[in-house]
Design a binder for this molecule. Sequence first.
Ligand code: ATP
Ligand code: MG
Length: 406
Amino acid sequence: MKEVLMINVDELWLKGKNRPQYFRAIKSHLKDLFKKSHGVSTTIINVNQRLVATSEKAFARDIQDRIINVPGVHSICLAEMAPLDLEEASKIAIAQLDKMESFPKTFKVTCKRINKQFDMRSMDAAREMGAILLRHYDGTENALKVDVRKPQVFVDLKIHRDGIYVSTEKRLAIGGLPWGTSGHLVTMLSGGFDSPIASYMMARRGCKQTFVFFYAYPYVGEEVKEKLLDMASKLGEFQRGSKIYIVPFGDLQDLIAKSCKEEYRTLLFRRIMVECSTELASRIKASALLTGDALGQVSSQTLENISYIDRVSKLPIFRPLIGFNKIEIVNMSKVAGTHDISVRPHDDACSLFAPKHPVIRPDLEYLKEFESSFKYEDAVKNAVDRSEIYAISSIGEVKLVSDPIE
Ligand code: ATP
Ligand code: MG
């Protein structure tokens, strides 16, 4: 019996003439994963805008778990192929249902007839299959009922030229657009809940990302770095290969703390982080920055402070969480798989330097004055030069590629 993995794409149907380019991107991401996680060679073909993967070996849960994290994939289902005959197809459906951990009470058959030579229309084939299954289980302890609105199980048939693909388990994936088709961002990653979710959301929108963490070395311990590397490894699973730059930030924090009014420290730390991220973006040809800001969440995220940062930033700053409540972000982190890393406690150098009363409505005149006297260009370049850089593979392997910090 031939087993295939059906990979349904998400928004690619919206695309016009450039659709092949999107398919190429998603296919190459999938191929990379199969190569790293599945072991044996896998063929992926496009059948009516659906990707069908076949290989010599069964598709283990592990590779399926990875594929549902590929941006652009809407859902997957493991299907087995029957000859072009509904009775034969029903045997497969029954075997799959019987194997289920908890037997369903209700089901619905869905059917798509791609092969127009098949002598039954989709609706009729679905109805017929439903009738066969009802008959089969009738009077047994597993008596089934049809529920077209909220069935516990979908029995899905895809009638192709070479046979009928039958599947009873569909898993939803993260959806959106394939990796790299929406440009390259520098993602400012801190240790909390927000920035990883910002990254997750923009990964779904097809953004390639390079992560940057401002490491308040020597004011915080090594565990912070470990935490960030674990987070980058997790977020790397939504990328087709990425990097994290650990930028030494202690010297810059010192410099700012000495040069500005105390209440402006947090805002100006953020401003210099943006400056360093912009410098990094120009080196790696990224075209925008990404942060986990949510309006009003903390003092540096008041409308006035965000406006100031935007005014001085040379690159657009994406803030996908701007209108989200914290609880929504925490809930999303459970879905994205970042929650258990975010929840780990870590030292935060910003609080070490934190003013008692951080500015909420900055005096723009003061900031202008500060900007004209504070020369930070060399310090910014120097900090980025001293970054420790790690590569992250599509399955989350982290490897040091450059370590100049001191
Ligand atoms: P998180 O956003 O990860 O939950 P947080 O809420 O503690 O952490 P804030 O102080 O709210 O972070 O900072 C707002 C945004 O600024 C973060 O979402 C992140 O994008 C960026 N940022 C803050 N600190 C750092 C840092 N040390 N390195 C990189 N980016 C940072
Ligand atoms: Mg935050």
